[in-house]
Design a protein around this ligand. Structure first.
Ligand code: URA
Length: 438
């Protein structure tokens, strides 16, 4: 396979042969193909897309770039959830233990932050000692013990996605339906699951900005899963404002623990019930979505989901609670509204980019993350604000190696202020779950 030829062919809109796609994935994973050629091919795919046969070849090549876990000897159904990426999306952290507490095992391979979105792995690593790099053997042991395990791709599990994901993050090639679909499904099919619930996000903070694109991505994901013999459902959910009120890694773990403690922000709780109910239905632990919702609500209230989370954290080497940067006046910047009325819109992508500027995510592959940095959305869509009232607070940056703190702080203040739209009338609330594909 000649990598330059392959790039040219895709650039010119021709179809790639399955064996060439496989050779490319193999070559990139083992280092024979350099980043610059892989980046050029990704950009060509971004513009030209992939046909069905090319997409299957890419997904399977990424899946078989590593080991495929066989969990058939573990009793019970194994069902996972995957989100296409959002802002403030910490749902996996409390959803996995809630579903596990209802008797369905959750073997979860998650990703890091991508583009303007946050990643479950980066949030988990805010828990001191927590390891997301388990061997496959340890992954099985943790899963058998507490009914859930939360890891990242290892050298053994979908390593091609790990490398391509990091490259896409920094080359402007994230927002592509075939690349997102192959990335998600290669990891998920490597986990040894029976069922998968996909949370396909749509809106200002999602990679898919329109319902039509989100539907197309959902259908692509469901088709790949079905062809692989899995039970799959996809929920198209609103990402037109961040989920919850906190952005940042350590603070999002804390916000999840709130949900596990029977409290939590209403949008986080609602999405957990919707996704959890679907997972229980696919896993055979609930006949109907209503029964599933009741079961998830019960384990969030009675502490059993929290107990699962604690056990998982302990088994993966971590220690709760998580420390966050405190509320010190000199450490906190405030963004006030120049207008009174109601919050009608929050540009979630702009909020996600502000969090990255503060050090909660990466601008380059090699960037380190500051787990303690945060943004707090004091106001969300539909809430009233008075003239000069604070819309959001954030931790003033103090990380070395990034731009000078003062300029980052003023950039983030301007970005957050511009992310909010305030109008005279209270907007009609948009439902969180917009559509379900089964
Ligand atoms: N989540 C993934 O795992 N991969 C993508 O490409 C986007 C979201």
């Amino acid at each position: 396979m000649n990598a330059v030829e392959l790039i040219r062919r895709k650039r010119d809109g021709q179809e790639l042969a399955a064996e060439d796609v496989r050779a490319f994935v193999r070559g990139y994973t083992d280092g024979a193909i350099p980043d610059y050629q892989a980046a050029a091919l990704l950009m060509a795919i971004y513009f030209r897309g992939l046909g069905g046969a090319e997409l299957d070849a890419l997904t399977l090549a990424m899946l078989h770039s590593g080991e495929v876990v066989d969990l058939s000897d573990l009793a019970g159904a194994k069902v996972d959830k995957h989100s296409t990426g959002g802002v403030g999306d910490k749902i996996s952290l409390h959803l996995a233990p809630a579903v596990a507490a209802c008797g369905v095992k959750v073997p979860m391979i998650s990703g890091r932050g991508l583009g303007h979105t946050g990643g479950t792995l980066d949030k988990l690593e805010a828990i001191p000692g927590f390891s997301v790099d388990l061997t496959v053997e340890r992954f099985r042991e943790v899963l058998a013990d507490c009914g859930m395990a939360l890891i990242g791709q290892t050298a053994k599990l979908a390593p091609a996605d790990k490398k391509l994901y990091a490259l896409r993050d920094v080359t402007g090639t994230v927002e592509s339906i075939p690349l997102i679909a192959a990335s998600i499904m290669s990891k998920k099919l490597a986990e040894g699951i029976d069922g998968l619930v996909l949370d396909v996000k749509v809106g200002s903070g999602a990679f898919m900005k329109t319902a039509e694109e989100a539907r197309k991505l959902a259908a692509t994901l469901v088709d790949i899963g079905r062809r692989a013999g899995k039970k799959v459902a996809a929920l198209i959910t609103d990402m037109d404002q961040p989920l919850g009120r906190w952005l940042g890694n350590a603070v999002e773990v804390q916000e999840s623990i709130e949900v596990l403690s029977g409290r939590g922000e209403p949008d986080l709780v609602e999405l957990t019930l919707a996704l959890g109910a679907e997972m229980l239905r696919l896993g055979g632990a609930a006949e109907t979505v209503e029964e599933g919702r009741d079961k998830i609500a019960a384990v969030l209230k009675d502490g059993s989901a929290l107990e699962r989370f604690r056990r998982c954290v302990e088994l993966q080497g971590g220690e709760l609670p998580v420390s966050t940067r405190g509320w010190f006046a000199e450490d906190t910047a405030r963004v006030a509204t120049p207008q009174a009325g109601f919050v009608t819109r929050i540009d979630a992508e702009a909020v996600g980019l502000s969090a990255i500027a503060l050090g909660a995510g990466r601008l380059r592959k090699e960037d380190a993350i500051d787990p303690s940095t945060w943004i707090w959305l004091k106001k969300k869509v539909g809430e009233p604000v008075e003239l000069g009232e604070d819309l959001a607070w954030f931790s003033t940056p103090r990380q070395a190696g990034r731009e000078a703190p003062a300029s980052v702080a003023s950039q983030v203040t301007a970005q957050l202020r511009a992310a909010y739209t305030v109008g005279p009338e209270r907007p009609t609330p948009r439902p969180l779950v917009l559509e379900t594909l089964r």
